[in-house]
Design a protein around this ligand. Structure first.
Ligand code: SF4
Ligand code: SF4
Length: 236
């Protein structure tokens, strides 16, 4: 059994009924292999049932538990207490909601609002190529797939979009831009013209300053800025 740690979470609270916001501190004793979602649940169970936060799959697949811990956007279901202490070199953690969308309550943000950015990028095949006559499926070569498969692992957690300073200045955001680029790279997509219009418009990929913060924070280890660079260079 791992030894217990005493940690303090300073959490930004927000009550939409009163429109009041404040910082609330919770000190808990927890095992090192608990994840931050477990710690938040423990706080709900033992100290404060009113603290609101979001999660669903808790296996880093749904992207709903994104929060900012000591300035870094990450998934609360992935961060172990012992790793957080080692990574941030402290037992004290400041938890904030993602900044990509309005806060609904405490650590919960309006992901539907955030998703509006992704919808603008049309994250689907707008006009798929016809299925070849021989066989009943469209086959993509492994060589081609290898050039963009990494980008298809995106779970739209918006950690990159929160880390990206350009997102807050009329940029559609790294994950949304990448969602467009990946379908420009997909040989099944024939609506290339419509896609490049989306890519190069006012809120498009040229708003990216290549700071690489997106790649640094991505919990799926996607080199997001690499795909944005391909987009800027028109290398689909
Ligand atoms: S690119 Fe990475 S950080 Fe950005 S939304 Fe997708 S999974 Fe999250
Ligand atoms: S590389 Fe571009 S998209 Fe990524 S964080 Fe920097 S400015 Fe934002």
């Amino acid at each position: 059994m791992s030894k217990p740690y005493k940690i303090t979470l300073e959490i930004k609270r927000y009550d939409p009924d009163t429109n009041l916001s404040w910082i609330q501190s919770y000190t808990v004793e927890v095992g090192g292999i608990l994840r931050f979602v477990d710690v938040l649940r423990k706080i709900n169970d033992e100290q404060d049932p009113t603290l609101a936060w979001a999660s669903s799959c808790e296996h880093a697949q749904c992207g709903s538990c994104g929060i900012i811990v000591n300035g870094k956007p990450l998934l609360a279901c992935e961060l172990l207490v012992k790793d957080a202490i080692q990574q941030f070199k402290t037992n004290s953690f400041k938890l904030r909601p993602l900044t990509i969308a309005p806060v609904l309550r405490d650590l919960v943000v309006d992901l539907e609002k955030a998703y509006e950015r992704v919808h603008k990028a049309k994250p689907y095949l707008i006009k798929p190529a016809p299925i070849p006559e021989e066989g009943d499926e469209y086959r993509i070569s492994q060589e081609k797939l290898d050039t963009y498969i990494e980008a298809t692992q995106c779970i739209n957690c918006f950690c990159c979009a929160t880390a990206c300073i350009s997102t807050h200045h009329h940029f559609i955001g790294p994950n949304a831009a990448m969602a467009n680029i990946v379908r420009l790279m997909d040989p099944r997509e024939t609506a290339k013209e419509e896609r490049t219009e989306i890519l190069y418009r006012e809120d498009g990929v040229y708003r990216c300053h290549t700071s690489r913060a997106c790649s640094f924070v991505c919990p799926k280890n996607i080199d997001v800025s690499h795909f944005l660079a391909l987009g800027k260079e028109g290398r689909f």
